[in-house]
Design a protein around this ligand. Structure first.
Ligand code: 2M8
Length: 436
């Protein structure tokens, strides 16, 4: 049965792999290369085609800007089936943007550090993989330098994001709190996503007005980080984004130790780590909610909702064992139960929860994958196995969808999968879950 599922996953990844040396997340809906998707996809490839895995990461890092920035979408082709495309984003406005590829002027969670380490863990021929890492690691390190230099205006070791698309959790109800502080103009545009996926499963047009307006502000300032920090109405310290950075910092430390030399870089990474982890625990943990939350840096206040991102610090070894226990209790109490699959992306007990709409409630396989390893870190083996079992069951039942309804009885017999189909990271990470 598992072999069958792995074969299907391999077929999906191979079909989504493009001639340009990158993999699209889902045919039609997402026709380019996305940063954090690529990282997860490379982990899947590493299990059966190490060359494709390396190519995926090489192509992604090839699109890095001269200031170390790695964009969230790389527009390898002139496909106009996605909105907003290269002409809207105009990455060329930034003087240090890539001359080779057009891209967006925003980023996504910094996964590449820990992805290199995962590739090393999975690779059969360690020395050859280490050579690849030697070639690429400096680019990842420079990406972290970019963050610590440009995204931390109060010098706390916590990076801000200036757009919901930088979070990866695009229309999480968390952002509703920010939208209430904004009143963007109404844009005239043609959505493409809703020609591929039912509109009820995607963000609203009004939400897109906010998304586009934030890009316009950044563009008016040529994507200048200082200006964005000064002017963007969206400036948030996101627990998922920062947990990914901390996890990747740790991976870089361990990889540099393996490679040898680079003592100065290790020293810098260790300095970053102690500052970031301390601030993370101090600033982002909500003692009343017993969970990590987002912080609105523009309006200087916490955004007090529990999401699956609230548990992602487990993946990066951020909480103490005592706090990890508290966190897992919160997860089981609010997101668990016999009637649900783990782990909803938003608190099912909150009024804003919507089990079928994009990041407003459904289960996502990339989040489950992180939580699985995070729970293992702290020896919560039973909950980890539950998350793994649920992920496999959802995919087995319905197929490799983008996201899944967490309710076991959702009124649609034999259907829990929504959004894009033949979705690459669902395939890639299922391979990893089944083979690890
Ligand atoms: C979704 O985001 C894109 C914009 O980046 C979109 O809705 O058009 C998100 O789920 C994001 O996390 C993901 O990387 C992307 C591609 O899978 O799709």
């Amino acid at each position: 049965m598992n072999e069958d599922l792995i074969d299907k996953a391999i077929n999906i990844l191979d079909a989504n792999f493009q001639k340009g040396g990158f993999t699209i997340p889902s045919k039609g809906l997402y026709p380019f290369q996305w940063k954090w998707d690529s990282g997860f996809i490379a982990i899947g490839f590493a299990h059966y085609d190490i060359e494709k895995s390396k190519t995926e990461i090489r192509t992604l890092l090839n699109a890095q800007w001269d200031n170390g920035f790695i964009p969230h979408i790389i527009f390898h082709t002139d496909n106009d089936s996605y909105f907003p495309g290269a002409d809207f984003h105009q990455s060329e406005l930034h003087p240090k943007s890539s001359k080779k590829y057009r891209s967006t002027g925003m980023t996504q969670p910094p996964v590449t550090g820990f992805v290199l380490q995962e590739m090393y863990r999975i690779a059969k021929y360690k020395e050859s993989m280490l050579n690849f890492i030697r070639e690429q690691i400096e680019k990842v390190y420079q990406n972290h330098v970019y963050f610590y230099t440009n995204r931390d205006p109060q010098n706390e070791g916590l990076m801000y994001i200036y757009h919901n698309w930088e979070s990866g959790t695009d229309n999480s109800p968390v952002w509703d709190d920010i939208w209430m502080t904004m009143n963007p103009p109404q844009y005239n545009f043609t959505r493409k996503d809703t020609t591929h996926v039912d509109a009820s499963q995607r963000p609203s047009n009004r939400e897109y007005d906010h998304y586009l307006h934030l890009i316009d502000i950044a563009k008016e300032n040529n994507y200048d980080d200082v200006k964005i920090a000064e002017l963007s109405p969206f400036l948030v310290q996101d627990p998922l984004f920062n947990a990914m950075l901390i996890k990747s910092n740790q991976a870089l430390i361990e990889l540099y130790e393996l490679i040898g030399g680079n003592e100065d870089k290790i020293k810098t990474l260790l300095k970053w780590q102690s500052k970031s982890i301390a601030s993370f625990n101090e600033k982002l943990f909500d003692v009343e909610l017993d969970a990590y939350v987002h912080y609105d840096l523009r309006n200087e206040k916490a955004i007090r909702h529990i999401t699956s991102s609230s548990f992602s610090p487990l993946f990066a070894n951020i909480p103490s064992p005592e706090r990890a226990k508290i966190l897992v209790n919160t997860m089981l109490e609010k997101f668990g139960g016999e009637d649900k699959y783990l782990c909803a992306s938003f608190d099912p007990t909150n009024d804003r929860f919507n089990p079928r709409k994009y990041w407003r409630g459904p289960v996502w396989i990339n989040m489950n994958w992180m939580l699985y390893y995070g729970l293992k870190n702290y020896k919560f083996d039973d909950v980890a196995e539950q998350i793994k079992k649920d992920s496999i069951e959802l995919i087995q039942r319905d197929g490799f969808f983008e996201y899944f309804d967490c309710r076991k009885d959702n009124g649609e017999p034999n259907r829990t999968g929504y959004g894009g189909d033949n979705f690459s990271w669902s395939a890639a990470l299922l391979i990893d879950l089944l083979k690890s």
